[in-house]
Structure formats: structure tokens, C-alpha cells
Ligand binder design. Structure first.
Ligand SMILES: NC(=O)c1ccc[n+]([C@@H]2O[C@H](COP(=O)([O-])OP(=O)(O)OC[C@H]3O[C@@H](n4cnc5c(N)ncnc54)[C@H](OP(=O)(O)O)[C@@H]3O)[C@@H](O)[C@H]2O)c1
Length: 289
């Protein structure tokens, strides 16, 4: 089996992690690596253990695969710019964005796809170690996706194909699931330390609570997994919570109430209406202007 050689324009956190993982699993060779600076390209090559840092891509990218690992805001402009001075003809080109359609690469005049790794890459070394079973969501030309799929799945990734029309909404879903979870974790830790817990203990106990909740969600729907004072319709406990948050952290009050209202809807879906739901909704709704 011939391994494809992947050349790279933009080899930052996500790209160097994915490529090192594919390389270590014998699925690809890594060719030319171009960043804004040669130093940064050399650093990426050192991290991946393969590749050749270059100042500009040259004709030897012909016949290889081209990965544009640029920040999303630059994909469109650089793909257009590269199209005018494409140094060679790659067999296919792809990017890793979850929000930008593959079509942004059309100016390159080569078969295109986007492969979104559904995970965060804030720490590339850790990401590589945890990459197995990561989902990769493909969008673009069906034949190009089909060409890329075995490389990712043989390395141990999981594969899903998405119609391009749903991309922005799909990306919103991943932002809620991942980024907002981080924001909520920060809020929970702040409230716990304001309540008097040491920050390390707060992080540990809340982290364990979150892990068990997420594990529960693997086995049941969100409505089934929901517990707590809102689900029980405990108006007195909810009044104490809202008052405590308003007093300790007024900035968090609006977010807390909005999430509580969404949680009330979920609770009603689970257990049907309760007489306390209406006063609870009143308690949680923002006052009339
Ligand atoms: N980060 C994540 O958690 C994550 C998750 C899933 C998907 N993605 C996707 O992965 C893609 C890359 O994101 P990232 O977070 O890896 O970005 P990043 O860490 O900011 O890296 C971007 C890289 O692009 C290079 N670059 C920027 N402008 C360039 C130019 N004009 N010419 C050549 N190279 C240039 C930078 O080079 P220098 O080092 O020289 O500045 C840098 O190495 C995006 O499409 C993103 O949506 C990211």
C-alpha cells in the first residue's frame, strides 16, 4: 500500500497533532511544511518527527495531498492567493475547519474536502496521546472524502460525513458541547471558591461530578439523566440558589437564570408539569424592563 505524502500550509496546534498521529500510525508520510516563519515550520517538523520545513511550497507537492491548516479567517484569502501561484498540482487538498465549508478551497482547482477533528488541541502532545477514537467529520466532494477516510479510520479514528448545508449549525453544536462546557466549569469553580472551598478541592470535586454526569449521559437521554432541585420542582431550594448567586456573583446571575429556564423545560419533558413550575418560571424570568 502506497502511503500518501501530506504537504502542509499552516502547521499549528491541530494540524501538527493530527499529522503526527497519522504518521506514527504508518498512514502517511509528511512532506513540505510551511508556516509564516521557517522557525515555526522547523518546530512543527520536530514535534511531528517528520517533514521538511520550507519557506514556500514548491513543485514537489505535485501528486501529494495538501493540507491547509491555517486559522479559519485566513483559509479563504490564502486559498485564493495560492491558486494564483500554485507551485504544483496536488492530488487533493483539505482543511480541518469545523465551520468553514470545503468549498473555500475550490479556487485551488483540485479535488477538495474538509475533515474536522472533533476535539480540542490546546495541548498538542496530550492530543496526540488521546487521539485514538476521535471523531472526524468529513464534508466536501464524496470521492475525496472516500479517499481520505481509510487513512483516518485505519489510524483508529471514527468517521462521519456531513452535508455542507448544515456546517454552521453543526459547528454551533460542537461549540456548545465543548467550549461552553469549559465556560460552565469556570463558573462552577468560581461559585465554589466564593462559597469557601479551596480552589484545588473545588476543581477535584466538581470535576468528578461532571465526569459522572457525562458518563450517565452516555447511557441515557439528557432528560432522563437530569436530577436536582429544578427537576424535583423544589421552589424553596431554587429560590435560595438564585438569591445566593445574585448576591455572590451578580454578573453570573443572568446566565444562571437562563440555564435554569432551559433546565426547567427539560425537567418538564422528563416528569411532566408540576404546580411549582409556574412560580419557578416567574422566579427565573428576568424582571420586566
Ligand atoms: N485548535 C483546535 O482545537 C482545533 C480543533 C479542531 C479543528 N481546528 C481547525 O484547525 C485549523 C487550524 O487551527 P489551529 O488551532 O491549529 O491554528 P493555529 O494553532 O493558530 O495554527 C495556525 C498555523 O497557521 C500558520 N499560518 C498562519 N498564517 C499563515 C500564512 N499566511 N502562511 C503560512 N502559514 C500560516 C501559523 O504559522 P506560525 O506558527 O508561523 O504563526 C500557524 O502555525 C483551523 O481550521 C481550525 O478550525 C482547530
Amino acid at each position: 500500500m502506497n502511503r500518501p505524502t501530506v504537504h502542509v500550509l499552516g502547521c499549528g496546534r491541530a494540524t501538527r497533532s493530527v499529522l503526527r498521529w497519522l504518521f506514527e500510525n504508518d498512514q502517511i508520510d509528511i512532506g513540505q511544511v510551511c508556516n509564516r516563519s521557517l522557525d515555526s515550520a522547523a518546530e512543527a517538523v520536530e514535534f511531528m518527527g517528520a517533514g521538511q520545513p520550507v519557506e514556500v511550497l514548491d513543485h514537489e507537492i505535485t501528486g501529494g495531498w495538501l493540507l491547509l491548516g491555517l486559522p479559519d479567517g485566513q483559509l479563504d484569502g490564502l486559498a485564493r492567493g495560492l491558486a494564483c501561484r500554485m507551485p504544483g498540482q496536488p492530488e487533493l487538498a483539505f482543511h480541518l475547519s469545523g465551520s468553514t465549508p470545503a468549498a473555500v478551497l475550490e479556487p485551488l482547482g483540485t479535488p477538495i474536502a474538509s475533515i474536522h477533528p472533533v476535539r480540542a488541541f490546546s495541548d498538542p502532545a496530550r492530543a496526540v496521546a488521546q487521539m485514538s477514537a476521535t471523531w472526524f467529520v468529513a464534508e466536501g466532494a464524496p470521492e475525496t472524502c472516500a479517499q481520505l477516510e481509510p487513512v483516518f479510520t485505519r489510524a483508529g479514528g471514527r468517521w462521519l460525513t456531513l452535508g455542507s448545508g448544515d456546517k454552521a449549525l453543526y459547528h454551533a453544536a460542537t461549540v456548545v458541547a465543548s467550549n461552553y462546557l469549559v465556560t460552565l466549569t469556570q463558573l462552577a469553580r468560581t461559585l465554589a471558591t466564593q462559597a469557601g472551598l479551596e480552589s484545588e478541592s473545588a476543581a477535584e470535586l466538581l470535576g468528578h461530578l461532571q465526569a459522572t454526569t457525562l458518563a450517565g449521559l452516555e447511557a441515557s437521554s439528557p432528560a432522563q439523566a437530569l436530577t436536582g432541585p429544578i427537576e424535583r420542582g423544589d421552589l424553596a431550594a431554587c429560590s435560595r440558589l438564585v438569591k445566593a448567586v445574585d448576591q455572590a456573583n451578580p454578573d453570573a446571575g443572568r446566565l444562571f437564570r437562563n440555564l435554569a429556564l432551559a433546565t426547567l423545560d427539560l425537567a418538564m419533558e422528563k416528569r411532566g408539569p408540576k404546580p411549582t413550575d409556574q412560580p419557578l418560571r416567574q422566579l427565573l424570568s428576568p424582571p420586566d424592563p
